[in-house]
Design a protein around this ligand. Structure first.
Ligand SMILES: [Zn+2]
Length: 815
């Protein structure tokens, strides 16, 4: 044994002793480490302005809203309660509102890490002081319970940890730990880290084998515990993360809980608690919970080398990417439980695709990339980021979407805040840290996962390395990467060749391009062609001795591509989506004369890309010729009409109106715009509580009574008498009325009414018409009644709602 070797062994032994005393080094870790966002400086025209807006608008906005809505005051009330006050009352709505403040601090910390901002730092310090003062002496932190008084929700449970299914006690803490680590790393201050450590030590005392075994009902603490472990080296935090994941779907030691009058042991699929994690094979349940669980499990898998975890994650990922991923990267189709629907059930108008779920799945995929070193995960990451995450925030940076639908009839609009406000601070923290998802490095390999102009620093093969990208991505596919090692060194540059450039929009058969590719990606190293033939898991591996000044030129052709969905996706049958590069496009009302759902984009119609610096902060639009389906003299006809598509992320920045990602590919899928009849000329009024009354005469032809588009309703009224009036400037002659009822049996609270009739105005009096037949109550059909002609200035549709149900009207026409 050489002296050097001996010294190494002794050092190792000392480390072991030290480690066993207070912490143990991980057995393993991700084979590639992310290059931190502080070392990746983007100077492009796409991300850099967004990061600026995020820092100057979104983060201050999120902090202000947290203060305005009482989220911050809750901590002050908890402090007062700890000092003996008994009159406090939690002043926001949900017990997880604490977590919005934590996420805001995380976002602000990332901003502080990239540049000094004394005002922001002071504001963060103020928030942390309030949080610290709200922590109970033993480390417990949950403002809603500490304040006492009437609970804001039954979700709190009777006592600490007794109703983890819904209390979000541990969910909040996950965000606390993430914020604490971010703040510590950004500022070097331990103020919030100390709060987190005290809290985590309490959780570690309370939970574990032989103690409490109920896992969190909303995952997130697993990610936070792993970050806390990495920041402090305290092994028990990693073990606790694994314990919580392993506790899912197992009944041993569980304390039952009351739920809707029933006693339950497991939380079920909703909270990924239907079977042990390592036996799970499908992405199910609440999609934010799921995404955080899978991300946390990937962390634990990386740090423990647990093969069963990796196998489960791969199976769940295949199910998600193969059957449950929207083309926009949206995750979670079902609004009812904010989560995953059955395979291939991907409705567009009612798509939930919560911004947080998209973010959670993005985080999961970034971890899967570093775990499996496979570009397929980066393909999904990029799709989610450029489409499903960016759509969650307005171009102005202070308006947000909770669900991110793929079609709209004008009912959707971003808003400044939500009473359940998980999404806005989540977007803020992701956007500030976006540069951290571009590169990952191992000992002798650098992974280039995303593309944008800028410079980055990292270490590889024992040398400092700077990589500089010059590109106009995502608008253009030419990317020049200058490789500048501090000294000559041999290593591999692993450049991701995006799936979309290889004729594969997603790494599964869920979506496919409908036309042959035009052009192939090419790569040059110092001007010489590099053979792309055999990629390694989607990466071009360029292994050589690199010298400063070496240049890699990647060229990704960016033709406009048509995408079709797997036939199993019923919602997209007969429909086509349009992409260019990493961006999914949509047609929005304002560029297309107001209506979208009547458009057909035939196969073969030419589509061209055009840069529009003046539009939506500068976007490439796609132009072509579509057909508009309408009615002339009672016959359905189609007319050629120009169509303009914009990037999906940029929709809903110019007012409400129609939007579609999946355009009709054939006329049968388009909604006919009917010739404006007499009803279209009427002024519409309706009884109190009517929502969207003008939908009654908007000319939309419903597909069925539960069609989610273009109806008016009185929900949540029940059993009342209601009315809609059509009035005219000059008297009209009417002898027929047809109603198409809205009825969402199985999904909502509207049913066909108990009864209805038509009245007309004679002078100041409403008189019933003399109907020739009955007033029909059929679903999925027009209910027409003919009556003795009347001349009148106003007609009334009078409706008696069923005793226990609301009602609604898709369309009311008159002749
Ligand atoms: Zn959310």
């Amino acid at each position: 044994m050489t002296r050097a070797r001996l010294a190494g062994v002794l050092a190792g032994a000392l480390l072991m002793i030290f480690a066993s005393a207070c912490s143990q080094p991980p057995k393993a870790d991700y084979p590639a480490t992310p290059v931190p966002f502080t070392d990746v400086h983007l100077t492009d025209a796409f991300w850099a302005p967004r990061l600026d807006t995020n820092r100057t608008v979104t983060i201050p906005h999120v902090i202000e809203e947290s203060e305005r809505t009482g989220r911050v005051k809750n901590f002050e009330l908890a402090k007062a309660a700890l000092a003996g006050a008994t009159d406090g009352k939690y002043c926001s709505r949900f017990p997880f509102d604490d977590s919005d403040v934590y996420k805001a601090i995380e976002a602000a910390s990332y901003a502080l890490a990239t540049g000094a901002d004394p005002e922001l730092e002071k504001s963060v310090d103020g928030l942390i002081a309030k949080i610290a003062a709200a922590q109970e002496p033993d480390g417990y932190l949950y403002a809603a319970r500490t304040i006492g008084g009437p609970p804001p929700q039954p979700w709190l449970g009777k006592e600490r940890w007794s109703y983890l299914y819904m209390s979000h006690e541990l969910y909040n803490l996950g965000h606390l730990y993430e914020a604490a680590v971010a703040h510590y790393q950004a500022t070097g201050k331990k103020s919030l880290l100390a709060v987190a450590v005290k809290s985590a030590n309490l959780v570690a005392r309370e939970f574990g084998p032989g103690r409490r075994t109920n896992p969190p009902g909303h995952e997130e603490i697993e990610i936070g515990l792993v970050k806390l472990y990495r920041a402090t080296g305290t092994r028990k935090y990693l073990d606790l993360a694994k314990f919580f994941i392993d506790a899912r779907g197992r009944t041993a030691g569980r304390v039952p809980y009351e739920n809707d009058g029933r006693t339950e042991l497991l939380y079920g699929e909703y909270a990924q608690d239907h079977k042990p994690f390592v036996e799970q094979t499908e992405a199910v349940g609440h999609a934010v919970r799921a995404g955080y669980l899978y991300a946390g499990a990937a962390d634990v898998a990386a740090l423990t080398g647990d093969a069963a975890y990796i196998a489960a994650l791969e199976k769940i990922w295949a199910d998600m990417a193969g059957t449950k991923l929207y083309i926009t990267g949206g995750i979670g189709a079902a609004g009812g439980w904010e989560g995953y629907g059955p395979p291939y059930r991907l409705p567009n108008l009612s798509a939930y695709a919560e911004t947080c779920a998209n973010i959670a799945t993005f985080l999961w995929n970034s971890r899967m990339q570093r775990l499996g070193l496979d570009a397929k995960y980066a393909d999904v990451m990029e799709r989610i980021l450029y489409n499903g995450v960016l759509s969650g925030i307005s171009l102005s940076g202070d308006r947000f979407f909770y669900p991110n639908p793929l079609a709209s009839f004008g009912q959707h609009e971003r808003v400044p805040w939500f009473s359940c406000a998980c999404c806005p601070p989540n977007v803020a923290r992701i956007l500030t840290s976006v540069p951290g998802y571009f590169y990952a490095a191992s000992n002798d390999r650098v992974y280039v996962n995303l593309f944008a102009q800028g410079r980055s620093r990292m270490k590889v093969a024992g040398t400092d390395l700077e990589l500089a990208q010059t590109t106009e991505y995502p608008w253009k596919g030419d990317i020049k990467i200058e490789v500048r090692p501090a000294r000559e060194a041999e290593f591999t540059l692993a450049v991701r060749i995006p799936g979309w450039a290889l004729n594969r929009p997603v790494p599964t058969d869920l979506y496919a391009y409908s036309e042959p590719p035009q052009g192939e990606p090419t790569l040059k190293v110092n001007g010489e062609a590099f053979e792309l033939g055999a990629l390694d898991k989607g990466y071009a591996l360029i292994k050589r001795t690199w010298r400063a000044g070496d240049v890699v030129d990647l060229s990704l052709p960016m033709p406009v591509r048509r995408v079709v969905a797997n036939e199993a996706v019923e919602a997209d049958r007969g429909r086509v989506a349009v992409e260019r590069g990493p961006l999914v496009y949509c047609a929005e009302w304002t560029d297309n004369g107001g209506r979208i759902s009547n458009l057909v984009l035939p196969d073969g119609a030419a589509l061209t890309a055009e840069m529009r610096p003046d539009l939506l902060n500068g976007v490439v639009v796609i132009k072509g010729e579509a057909e508009a389906v309408g009615e002339k003299a009672g016959r359905v006809v189609s007319e050629k009409t120009p169509v303009t598509l914009i990037p999906y992320y940029a929709w809903a920045n110019r007012g409400r109106g129609e939007m579609e990602v999946w355009l009709a590919r054939e006329p049968s899928k388009a909604r006919v715009v009917r010739e404006p009849g007499l009803a279209a000329k009427a002024a519409v009024a309706a009884s109190d509580g009517a929502v969207n009354p003008k939908r009654a005469n908007d000319g939309f032809e419903p597909e069925s009574s539960d069609d989610a588009a273009g109806y008016m309703h009185w929900w949540p009224k029940k059993g009342t008498a209601e009315w809609i009036d059509y009035s005219f400037e000059t008297p009209v002659r009417v002898s027929e009325s047809s109603v198409y009822w809205f009825d969402d049996t199985g999904g909502g609270g509207c049913r066909v009414p108990a009864s209805w009739r038509i009245l007309y105005k004679a002078g100041e009096e409403w008189l019933p018409v003399k109907a020739a037949g009955g007033y029909g109550l059929a679903k999925d059909a027009w209910n027409t009644v003919k009556f003795a002609p009347v001349r009148t200035r106003a007609l009334r549709l009078e409706i008696k709602l069923q005793e226990n149900w609301a009602a609604g009207v898709h369309e009311w026409t008159i002749k």
